[in-house]
Design a protein around this ligand. Structure first.
Ligand code: EPS
Length: 388
């Protein structure tokens, strides 16, 4: 199972192709649109999200509400393209005319300078259009297909915000996943803690007023993954490793933690590892879940708890020093439009990129071309490990 995305931020459309989803799996555009809509929300989003109404067009791989086993092609149109047709059009540009909005001033913290040097672009727009976090809409579409598969295998997944600008949401380890889903969905910052949520919103408003941006920590929580998914045998099949890689690949993400994460460095082994217990009903389980659902590159059957760190968006109204690539003169970078905080949206993005890795590992372990057979195989594996 793999996916590819294409498309520029102010181009015509974003395109996603997902390959490897078995045939005969119920899938509708509503499954995907629900995820796209969630990604668009959140206190701190800028004006662009008022222009866009992200809706998917299923352009291949689905017929009459079921997957065909062929690649699933998805299109999200950029409504903003109508303002950018002359700038972003695919046809050769008339030589006697000047292209509007060329960019020669790389923004600190962005892909701008490194990307321009790599591809030899003198117009940095050729870099920023693709490195823009607009692309995460296409990744969410791929993850929404994966999430639909997981849901039908009784695996639930939710992403929410743990921290914004140093304001930390209180943690209730015992909170059931359904509650996590409902509370975060109702919060404009996707916080499970209402008091912290209000403070986060205040911090976002303050940052916006000051022309600054702020980052945070998001958490993805998963229930229903059986034990033993992933690998201790091959480094590239370790599921925690794959999740870490995919999370670090989200725009502006700088770090990943499982369970107590970096805190493990400061504790003794006896305070880190989770004791094993057995119960007639549920079989093996861990008395605690400090390792966040992973041991040896494989799931333990406990909830998976993974955090991702997002840096503040580097597009600032508050200027930072940089150098113009044409004149080599220093300048103060300033911009016209940005989100002051996209951490709530990033929680949705991370939920979806993690969902993709889970579905991919399941399909590698239980390779079936037909979805009902995958379901059957997983059910029988679940039974097998319960009585192990
Ligand atoms: C982004 C800049 C803003 C964001 C955009 C990511 O867009 P614009 O340059 O059009 O104002 O709104 O995010 C999205 C469009 C999105 O769908 O999330 C950037 O520079 O990364």
């Amino acid at each position: 199972m793999r996916y590819l995305t294409a498309g520029e931020s102010h181009g015509k459309q974003l395109t996603t192709i997902v390959e490897g989803i078995p045939a005969l799996m119920p899938l509708t555009k509503e499954n995907i649109n629900e995820s796209l809509l969630r990604r668009q929300k959140g206190h701190g989003r800028g004006k662009r999200m008022q222009i866009e109404k992200d809706l998917v067009e299923l352009a291949g791989g689905v017929r009459h509400g079921y997957t065909l086993g062929s690649p699933i092609a998805m299109v999200i149109h950029n409504d903003d393209f109508k303002h950018w047709e002359d700038i972003m059009g695919e046809d050769p540009f008339p030589e006697d005319q000047k292209i509007r909005r060329t960019v020669t001033r790389p923004r600190p913290g962005h892909a701008d300078l490194n990307g321009a040097m790599k591809y030899g672009h003198r117009d940095i727009r050729n870099v920023l259009e693709r490195s823009s976090a607009r692309e995460t809409a296409a990744r969410v579409a791929a993850g929404a297909v994966a999430k639909t598969l997981l849901a039908q295998l009784d695996i639930k997944i939710i992403g929410y915000v743990r921290e914004i600008a140093g304001i930390i949401a209180e943690e209730n380890m015992e909170m059931p996943i359904q509650e996590r889903m409902e509370i975060s969905e109702a919060s404009p910052v996707r916080s499970l803690d209402a008091d912290a949520g209000q403070k986060m919103m205040d911090a976002i408003d303050q940052a916006k007023k000051e022309g600054d941006s702020i980052g945070g920590v998001v958490e993805v929580y998963i229930e229903g993954m059986p034990a033993g998914i992933g690998s201790y045998v091959h480094y590239d099949q370790k599921l925690d490793g794959r999740i870490a890689g995919s999370v670090a690949s989200i725009n502006a993400f700088k770090g990943v933690e499982f369970g107590i994460g970096f805190e493990a460095a400061r504790k003794n082994g006896s305070q880190v590892h989770d004791e094993i217990a057995w119960d007639k009903e549920k079989g093996y389980y861990r008395k605690t879940n400090r390792l966040g659902g992973f041991e040896g590159g494989m799931t333990t059957g406990m909830p998976i708890v993974v955090k991702g760190v997002m840096k503040p968006i580097p597009t600032l109204y508050k200027p930072l020093q940089s150098v113009d690539i044409e004149t080599k003169e220093p300048f103060s970078a300033s911009i016209e439009r940005s989100d002051s905080c996209a951490v709530p949206a990033a929680a949705v993005v991370m939920e979806h990129v993690v969902a993709f890795e889970l579905a991919k590992s399941l399909l590698e372990q239980f390779p079936h071309d037909q979805f009902p057979k995958l379901k059957e195989a997983l059910d029988s594996y679940r039974e097998e490990i319960r009585s192990f």
